[in-house]
Design a protein around this ligand. Structure first.
Ligand SMILES: *Cc1c(COP(=O)(O)O)cnc(C)c1O
Length: 397
């Protein structure tokens, strides 16, 4: 009798999340000395005064021991003030704000708290890579709704748009929540008021919760960021997630948060307390100061990244890519078909050797691999001279 095959260490419901493309591509970047436009982190740190605020907190012994479970009061106040002054959304800092270990933990804790095994979660595809894994860890079933690119591309492209009929059709009796992301990574789509209103009406009609990832809220170049929680009937059914990583260019500090009703915050906190309990003590005080920087900081960051978007978009178009101009975020999605290439994975594996640049094949963010096969994502949150050099190199493909 043959002995049974040993059970794999990794549980079956996580098997598809083996190794991420980021590890593979970053290793390639190191081996070939290529410019890494793969992973989305800035290559310069955030404001000096915010860094100094973290040093002061550390020296003064603020946050060196477990901070309070919901987050330090200074930061919760700053988050509530941020939502009120920018969006007219009022949240009680004591009962309706929860600080998390980055947006990543906020997403995981929200799904673990709100999704029961077998529940369906409707998410926009292509999606940020932690969504699929977090839905799986909660035992949920992901139901993707694919954003479709304007086939023309170019400077007048409408980018990737949501088909509202497809979204409506994706909702079933088993749907528990819609997982939104605007501005959207990787496509750079910023959902319009009309689109968000239609999503809100659907959520109210079908009595769904909405979990919305708004970490790029300050990086909108065309149009405006509208939190779906600000639309009629939505405040009571929405968990809004954001983070200091992208807004203040300190992605290593892992300070994120949710704002929601007391009932939703309590639910998410129940899961969150057994993931990390608390995190980032001294950094929480620093981010509280960062969120209250003058408007010129936020406008300056936006303008700087807008210029980088324009530089990289023009360079990629010159190099022959179809460019789907993003309205927000750190990323440009391109189509490689005009370069005589068809498969983004093959292309990205060859790109470091051939041109000395690393990019990410967008198909890894899709369930419908065919929809993303010829798409490649480039990050532009890098120094201007790095982007200029990358553009020169890409012209040699
Ligand atoms: C970077 C990113 C996150 C993760 O944020 P952290 O605060 O670093 O955990 C979440 N969602 C999207 C869409 C992102 O791009």
């Amino acid at each position: 009798m043959t002995p049974p095959a040993p059970r794999p260490h990794l549980n079956a419901h996580l098997a598809e999340f083996g190794t991420t493309i980021f590890a593979e591509m970053s290793a390639l970047a190191v081996r070939t000395g290529a410019i890494n436009l793969g992973q989305g982190f800035p290559d310069t740190d955030g404001p000096e005064e915010v860094r100094e605020a973290a040093v002061r907190a550390l020296r003064d012994g603020r946050g060196n021991q477990y901070p309070p479970g919901p987050g330090v009061p200074e930061l919760r106040l700053a988050i509530a003030a941020h939502q009120r002054t920018r969006y007219g959304l009022t949240y009680d800092p004591d009962r309706e704000v929860l600080v998390t270990a980055g947006a990543t933990e906020a997403i995981a804790a929200s799904l673990l708290a709100l999704v029961a095994p077998g529940d369906e979660v409707v998410a926009l595809e292509p999606y940020y890579d932690s969504y699929a894994a977090s839905i799986a860890m909660a035992g949920g079933r992901r139901v993707p709704v694919t954003l479709r690119p304007d086939p023309a591309g170019g400077p007048d492209s409408r980018g990737f748009r949501l088909d509202l009929d497809e979204l409506r059709d994706a909702v079933t009796d088993r749907t528990r929540l819609i997982l939104l992301n605007t501005p959207h990574n990787p496509t750079g789509t910023v959902l319009t008021r009309a689109e968000l209103t239609a999503i809100a009406e659907l959520a109210v009609e079908r009595d769904l919760l909405v979990v919305t990832d708004e970490v790029y809220e300050h990086l909108v170049f065309d149009g405006e960021h509208i939190p779906i929680a600000s639309l009629p009937g939505m405040r009571e059914r929405t968990v809004t997630i954001s983070s200091a990583g992208k807004t203040l260019s300190f992605t290593g500090w892992k300070v994120g948060w949710i704002t929601a009703t007391p009932e939703l915050v309590t639910a998410v906190r129940t899961a969150k307390q057994f993931l990390t309990y608390v995190s980032s003590g001294p950094f929480q005080y620093a981010i509280a100061e960062g969120l209250t920087l003058p408007e010129s900081y936020f406008a300056g960051l936006r303008e700087e990244l807008r210029a980088k978007r324009d530089l990289l978009a023009a360079g990629l178009a010159d190099a022959g890519f179809t460019v789907h101009r993003p309205a927000g975020t750190y990323f440009i999605t391109t189509d490689i078909t005009p370069l005589g290439a068809a498969d983004g994975i093959d292309f990205c594996l060859a790109l470091p050797e051939r041109c000395g640049v690393v990019a990410i094949p967008t198909s890894v963010f899709y369930d419908d691999k065919e929809a993303g096969r010829s798409l490649v994502r480039f990050a532009f949150c890098k120094r201007t001279e790095v982007l200029e050099e990358a553009v020169q190199r890409l012209k040699s493909w």
